[in-house]
Structure formats: structure tokens, C-alpha cells
Design a protein around this ligand. Structure first.
Ligand SMILES: Cc1cc2nc3c(=O)[nH]c(=O)nc-3n(C[C@H](O)[C@H](O)[C@H](O)COP(=O)(O)OP(=O)(O)OC[C@H]3O[C@@H](n4cnc5c(N)ncnc54)[C@H](O)[C@@H]3O)c2cc1C
Length: 441
């Protein structure tokens, strides 16, 4: 029997690892709790009705249709047994491994205030994106029917918490929807009167970017009509809005649509792995890995992507922490696959080295910031050229030719018309749950 490789999670890391083992003499099982691989960097476009779900998600089974050594299973791993080398799914099914790659990613963190989740959904999965889209579109609908000016103002105040790339992208796009997409479609409200606030706890947005680019991003957000509140700490969130604390005191912001883009925590599978193996977790719940991405005392188990607290080991340099971004997850996927092949050949494994090609963030139509590492030093720019660069980079990395084509067409259409094509909400219940039109069955 050939060696069994089990890969848990088919995000950026898991997909890349399985693909890198295409020619290996192993049998691979890829198990994921969803049936699709998701291109998270464009998830905010689904949440803001610019793209429909199938444009940024691809069925995992379809992706591996021609890779004969992969079996795809839909299921959630809930337990691991390191001694027996088995993973147990929620329905009790057991999967055996000789080599395990855990690539279960990350989830939202509300910094210990999980009660905020009901009032301020985060953006991580397609379901999250549908929920945010539903709340945004139905807030405008409710405002059109509302006679009370204070309640109407609250319905037309949209708040994004967290000034990282996702928060900046969401806030910029919400402002565009209010200013350009919706005007003319309502009779009793003027959508241009909607306020979009971006609340960030630190003194600047896009902390991972150089300070000058953060400032450009803030200016571009302001030009789009987003009110950026910096150094404002959220102290409470409920169904009617949120409380912030700033240097000048506390403030209540009324809103019926708050989106959480502030905190990330490792997948709960990290804790399951720690219980099974005794491996260490960092403060965010990420699994502390060895230089070759295995866990201490378990060379057959590797952890990659957002779930790993990994370091980059470049020759002659101090180890550097690896950021939670998709290129890092993909590179770790390739490294883990290479290490499995090395172990099968009886060779020593290799340490992971992260190659950082830079950071991009878009703010809205025509605006983005780009910070690229090049052999001759950093290349930094913003504005229209940065936006074009961002657009083509994202289309290039989408999975599948159809998706690239459809996304380009949708964006070209949106560019000329300001229209956002994915605005259908299947059930118009203003306060109840509803399914968006392109939600998977
Ligand atoms: C909204 C958003 C925007 C982003 N934008 C960017 C960007 O512009 N650029 C960038 O580089 N990065 C971006 N990122 C980060 C990037 O998406 C992550 O770094 C990357 O997805 C990590 O890859 P991964 O393989 O570790 O995890 P993921 O891609 O999250 O995949 C994890 C997979 O594991 C599955 N899974 C989880 N638990 C289980 C379980 N118990 N059993 C079975 N399956 C399980 C999940 O269903 C999922 O398919 C963004 C992230 C988000 C949320």
C-alpha cells in the first residue's frame, strides 16, 4: 500500500500542498468542511454585491478531477489521535494518515467578547459574506420605509471595525455603493446621505504598510466619503450600535449594520492538535512549528498557513515571523509537500523560507496602495496605477479560467456603469435570516 497523506483544509495552503504532490507515489485524502476552495482576498466583493459566490469559489472535487492520487472528502475534522494516526470527522468516520498536513486556517477573534458576533459579523466564509450583504442591502430597504429621522439615520450609518486591508476594502466599497450605485433607485431616502465609518484602534490604517502608504490610504478613503476614526477603541457592540473610547472620551455610534474586520484567531483545530500531541500554541491559538513546519516530537505532522506560528529561515538571517497571508500559506504548502517527499526518500527535511513579494490593498474604484519588494529595493505607489496592479494581480491568482474571465467582465461592467450585479437577496424579511440568491444549496 502506498503511503497515505491526509490534508485537513483545502484553502491556499492545503490546495498547494496537494498539487505539489501530484507526481508523488502517495495516496492523498483532502478533507474540508466546505465543498469549495475560497479565494478570500475577493470575499469583500461578494459581501458588497460586486461579485457572486461562484466567481471566487471553486468546488474542491472539480479542482482535483484530473489528479488521480487525490480523494476529496467533505467533512469536519473534530478529533485527532496522534498515536493511532487517525483523524475523526463529526459523523464518526476515521481517516488514517502516515503523513498529516493540517491547514485549517483561521477564524474571527472578538477579543473575548463573543457576544459581539451576533451584532457585528466578521468576514471569513461565503456565509459571512452573504450575511453582510443581506444586512447592508436590507438596511437601505428599511431606511426607505422608516419615518423616524433618528432611526432612519441609524439605518443609514454603516460601521466597519478594523482598519486592516479587509476593513479598508469594505469601507471604501460601501461608500461607493451609497454614492454611486444606489442613488436614483430610492424615492424617500437619498443613499448619498449614508455615512460610512471606519473605526480603528491604532493611530493608522493598514499597519503592515509603510506609514506614508497608510496615510495615502486614509486620504483616499476620505475622498470616497469614509469617515476614518483612528485611535478609537470599541468598548461595546449591541443591536443598535457601538461604543468607542478615544482620547477625548467615550462616544455612542448608532448603527444597524456593523461589520467586524478587527481580529483573527487560529482555527479551533489548533487546540484539538495540542490536546492530541502536546504541541505548543501561541497567544492567537496558532500551532508553534519547528523550522521544517512539523511539530515537536511528531515529524509526520506538519502545520501550515494561518494555523501555523511559523518563522522564515533565510541563510545568514535571524528567523522572522511569517505573516498570515495567502502567498505564505501557498509557500508553506509547497514546503510541506517537499518535506514529505524528502522523508520518503530518507533525506533530511528542509527549513521553511518565506519569500515576501509585498503587500497590496485596494480602497475603492481607482484607489489602492502597493508596496513591493524588488531586487533593487522597495517599489511603493498608490492611486490609479496601484489599483490597476491590484486588479490584475487578483484576477491572475484566481483559480480557474472561467472565474478570471467572469470577474474581469463583472468588473469592466461595474467600472463603466457603477452597477453591482449581485444585489439579489432571496428573502426580503427585514429582521429575519434569509438566503442570498447565489448561496450554495
Ligand atoms: C476577508 C479576507 C481577505 C483577505 N485578503 C487577503 C489578501 O488580499 N492578500 C493575502 O495575501 N491574504 C489575504 N487574506 C488572508 C488569506 O486568505 C489567508 O492567509 C489564507 O487563506 C490562509 O490560507 P490557509 O490555507 O491557512 O487557510 P484557509 O485558506 O482559510 O483554508 C482553511 C480551510 O480549512 C477548512 N477547515 C477549517 N477547519 C476545518 C476542519 N475542522 N475540518 C475540515 N476542514 C476545515 C476551511 O473550510 C478552509 O477551506 C484574507 C483573508 C480574509 C478572511
Amino acid at each position: 500500500m502506498r503511503p497515505q497523506v491526509l490534508i485537513i483544509g483545502c484553502g491556499f495552503g492545503g490546495l498547494e500542498a496537494a498539487r505539489a504532490l501530484r507526481a508523488a507515489d502517495v495516496d492523498i485524502t483532502v478533507v474540508d468542511k466546505t465543498n469549495h476552495h475560497l479565494f478570500q482576498p475577493l470575499l469583500y466583493q461578494v459581501a458588497t454585491a460586486g461579485l457572486s459566490a461562484p466567481s471566487i469559489a471553486a468546488p474542491i472535487r472539480h479542482l482535483f478531477r484530473s489528479q488521480r492520487n487525490v480523494t476529496t472528502l467533505l467533512g469536519e475534522v473534530v478529533a485527532l489521535d496522534a498515536a493511532a494516526r487517525t483523524a475523526t470527522l463529526s459523523d464518526g468516520t476515521r481517516l488514517h494518515w502516515d503523513h498529516l498536513i493540517v491547514a485549517a486556517g483561521a477564524t474571527h477573534s472578538y477579543f473575548g467578547r463573543d457576544d459581539w458576533a451576533a451584532h457585528a459579523p466578521g468576514l471569513k466564509t461565503l456565509d459571512d459574506a452573504f450575511e453582510i450583504r443581506r444586512r447592508v442591502l436590507l438596511a437601505f430597504e428599511a431606511a426607505e420605509r422608516e419615518d423616524d429621522p433618528a432611526r432612519r439615520a441609524a439605518l443609514m450609518q454603516f460601521i466597519v471595525v478594523g482598519g486592516g486591508p479587509t476593513g479598508v476594502e469594505l469601507a471604501g466599497t460601501l461608500a461607493e455603493i451609497a454614492r454611486h450605485t444606489l442613488p436614483g433607485e430610492f424615492r424617500r431616502i437619498d443613499p448619498r446621505q449614508a455615512r460610512v465609518l471606519l473605526v480603528e484602534g491604532s493611530p493608522r490604517v493598514l499597519q503592515a504598510m509603510p506609514e506614508a502608504l497608510s496615510e495615502r490610504a486614509r486620504e483616499q478613503l476620505a475622498a470616497l466619503g469614509v469617515e476614518v476614526r483612528l485611535a478609537a477603541r470599541v468598548t461595546g457592540i449591541d443591536a443598535d450600535g457601538l461604543d468607542i473610547a478615544t482620547a477625548s472620551g467615550t462616544e455612542r455610534l448608532a448603527s444597524r449594520c456593523v461589520v467586524w474586520a478587527a481580529g483573527v484567531a487560529a482555527s479551533p483545530l489548533g487546540r484539538v492538535l495540542a490536546q492530541a500531541t502536546g504541541c505548543a500554541l501561541d497567544r492567537a491559538g496558532r500551532v508553534v512549528v519547528e523550522p521544517d513546519l512539523s511539530i515537536q516530537g511528531h515529524p509526520g505532522i506538519q502545520v501550515i498557513g494561518d494555523l501555523a506560528a511559523a518563522h522564515s529561515h533565510a541563510p545568514g538571517r535571524e528567523p522572522q515571523p511569517v505573516p498570515g497571508v495567502s502567498p505564505a500559506a501557498k509557500q508553506m504548502g509547497r514546503c510541506a509537500a517537499a518535506n514529505i517527499q524528502r522523508r520518503l526518500r530518507g533525506e533530511a527535511t528542509q527549513a521553511f523560507r518565506y519569500r515576501d513579494y509585498g503587500n497590496l490593498a485596494t480602497i475603492g474604484r481607482h484607489s489602492a496602495v502597493v508596496d513591493l519588494g524588488t531586487p533593487v529595493g522597495p517599489l511603493r505607489f498608490s492611486g490609479y496605477a496601484a489599483w490597476l496592479f491590484w486588479l490584475f494581480a487578483h484576477v491572475y491568482f484566481l483559480i480557474g479560467f472561467r472565474n478570471r474571465f467572469v470577474v474581469l467582465m463583472d468588473w469592466a461592467w461595474a467600472y463603466w456603469t457603477y452597477d453591482r450585479s449581485a444585489r439579489v437577496v432571496a428573502s426580503a424579511a427585514l429582521n429575519g435570516a434569509s438566503r442570498a440568491s447565489d448561496a450554495p444549496a
